[in-house]
Design a protein around this ligand. Structure first.
Ligand code: ADP
Length: 246
C-alpha cells in the first residue's frame, strides 16, 4: 500500500474493560481514511471518550490493535507512544487547554518546543492567517473570546502537521455563532488541506457538520452514516437513549 493510501487510523477488534464488569469498548473495528472529518456520537456512557483515548494512544486497549498512520501504537512502550503522539497526533479540547501565562504565539509553538522540533514558521503563519488570529499573537488567552481561544488551540494542534487531529467536544463551551465558525474551520482544514479530524460530540448539530458520523451505544459502533442531517442524528440518538432505558 502506498503512503498516500495508508489509512489515518485502523482499529481492529479493540476492547477496553475496567475490572470484571465494565466493558467501555466492545470489539470495535474501524478504518478512518485520510482527509476525512469523522464525528463520533452517542449517548453518555456509550464509549466515545474511551474510543478516542484508545485511538489516540492515551489509553491502552485490553484487546485488539490500533494503527495510526501505519504505526501500531497499541504495541509501543509508553516512551515511544508519547513520542508518536507528539509527532503524529494533534488534540483539541472543550476547555481549550491554553497556558494562561503564555502569549497565543508561545502557546501555539509550545508542543513543538517540548518535542524539541523546530517550528515551520511559514506553515504556522499560514494557519494563523487562515483562522484570523493575525492581530492576536501577542495577547494572553484571557484577552481572547472563547471562539478565538479555540481557534488558537486548533492552530496549536496542527502546528506539527499531525496525521490525525482528535477534537473532544470542541464546541462544548462556545456560543452558537463561535461553535458554527469552529466547526466550519475544522471542515475547511479537512477539505482544503486533507487533514484528518476525528471529533467526539454528543451534539447532533455539531456531528452533522462532519462528513461521516459513527454512532456508538454500549461500547459498540451501531451505525456509520455518510453526511447525515442533524434531524436524522437527533432521531437516532433519541431512539438509542430510549432503547437503553427500555
Ligand atoms: P462517553 O464518552 O460516551 O460518555 P465513556 O467512554 O466515558 O463514554 O465511558 C464508557 C463506559 O465506561 C461508561 O460506562 C463509563 O462509566 C465506563 N468507564 C469509563 N472510564 C472508566 C474508568 N476509568 N473506570 C471504570 N469505568 C469507566
Amino acid at each position: 500500500m502506498s503512503a498516500a493510501e495508508t489509512p489515518a487510523i485502523v482499529l481492529s477488534g479493540v476492547s477496553r474493560t475496567y475490572g470484571d464488569d465494565v466493558t467501555a469498548l466492545d470489539d470495535v473495528s474501524l478504518t478512518v481514511k485520510r482527509g476525512t472529518f469523522l464525528a463520533v456520537m452517542g449517548p453518555s456512557g456509550s464509549g466515545k471518550s474511551t474510543l478516542m483515548h484508545c485511538a489516540a494512544g492515551l489509553d491502552t486497549p485490553t484487546a485488539g490493535s490500533v494503527v495510526i498512520d501505519g504505526a501500531e501504537i497499541s504495541r509501543l512502550d509508553e516512551t515511544r507512544r508519547t513520542e508518536l503522539r507528539r509527532e503524529r497526533i494533534g488534540f483539541v479540547f472543550q476547555s481549550y487547554n491554553l497556558v494562561p501565562s503564555l502569549s497565543v504565539a508561545d502557546n501555539i509553538t509550545l508542543p513543538l518546543r517540548l518535542a524539541g522540533t523546530a517550528p515551520d514558521r511559514a506553515w504556522i503563519s499560514s494557519l494563523v492567517e487562515r483562522v484570523g488570529l493575525n492581530g492576536r499573537l501577542r495577547h494572553r488567552p484571557a484577552e481572547l473570546s472563547g471562539g478565538q481561544q479555540q481557534r488558537a488551540a486548533i492552530v496549536r494542534a496542527l502546528a506539527a502537521k499531525p496525521a490525525v487531529v482528535f477534537a473532544d467536544e470542541p464546541t462544548g463551551a462556545l456560543d452558537l455563532r463561535s461553535a458554527h465558525q469552529v466547526l466550519g474551520l475544522l471542515r475547511d482544514l479537512v477539505e482544503d488541506l486533507g487533514q484528518t479530524v476525528v471529533m467526539v460530540t454528543h451534539d447532533p448539530s455539531a456531528a452533522a457538520r462532519a462528513h461521516e458520523v459513527l454512532v456508538m451505544a454500549d461500547g459498540r459502533v451501531v451505525d456509520r452514516m455518510l453526511a447525515p442531517t442533524a434531524a436524522e442524528l437527533a432521531e437516532e440518538l433519541v431512539s438509542l437513549v430510549s432503547a437503553g432505558q427500555g
